[in-house]
Design a protein around this ligand. Structure first.
Ligand code: HEC
Length: 210
């Protein structure tokens, strides 16, 4: 069962609509959605979207944590779902989503049995092998917990910063400290401390760290 907290409202509305219209079918969801009006769907979407997602309990295998950010780039997951895989508009949040749920959905998109509003996700899934799916899902289900790993990385960076001045961590794309990584440009030893504090603050703000 998916986590809905913090999903973009538009995505939730669209999924409810797809269940009601019978494009997407599920033993539990189909009867629930059958009698919803459009206004009900928007209200439910607004409610769940405003909830703060809990930090995931899933622990990613370190081997997958090492390769999956590259897969997410290579297969354009981050292009649509966002750098931190937090979703946008009609595109769902993936970070911290349930492992089994995501794996089923990706297999479904690949087999073309999961309904897909615009066909984009079905296309995106075609190139994925079972191994890619497992690695991606194991990584994404633990996202959020990534901040704990970042804390460790920052400890290492602290000690290297003086010599190096600029540190780019693997898979890092964003200056505001979102996964899949962080680029830290450091002009003084204090600056790296500032970036560290900012990363943790942002993680708190997004509900990814408590
Ligand atoms: C071209 C844009 C695009 C790309 C590339 C893309 N996605 Fe998606 N993805 C979507 C959209 C749109 C949906 C919602 C589909 C729907 O239900 O109509 C979605 C849905 C999903 C879902 C189902 C989530 C849920 O809550 O039901 C998963 C899982 C997912 N994507 C994972 C991935 C992964 C992993 C990658 C990279 C291999 C990827 N996506 C690449 C656009 C994209």
């Amino acid at each position: 069962m998916p986590t809905l907290a913090g999903q973009p409202a538009q995505f939730i509305s669209i999924e409810l609509f797809q269940f009601r219209e019978g494009n997407r079918k599920d033993l539990q969801m189909t009867p629930l959605a059958a009698n919803l009006t459009n206004a009900d769907m928007n209200d439910l979407a607004a409610y769940f979207s405003a909830q703060k997602p809990r930090p995931p309990s899933h622990k990613t295998d370190p081997a997958n944590a090492a390769i999956a950010p590259k897969l997410a780039e290579q297969f354009n997951c981050v292009q649509c779902h966002g750098k931190a895989l937090l979703g946008q508009q009609h595109i769902p949040r993936l970070a911290g989503q349930q492992f089994e749920y995501m794996r089923m959905q990706l297999r479904g998109f690949k087999a073309q049995t999961r309904a897909d509003l615009d066909g984009n996700m079905t296309s995106a899934a075609q190139a994925l092998s079972e191994k890619d799916i497992d690695a991606l899902v194991d990584y994404i289900a633990g996202l959020g917990a990534l901040y704990d790993v970042l804390l460790l990385i920052f400890d290492v960076v602290f000690t290297r910063c003086d010599a190096q001045r600029e540190v780019t961590m693997a898979g890092v794309t964003s200056s505001d400290c979102q996964p899949p990584g962080i680029k830290v440009t450091c002009t003084s030893p204090e600056c790296i401390g500032g970036a560290f504090v900012r990363a943790v603050t942002n993680a708190h703000k997004r509900g990814l760290r408590t």
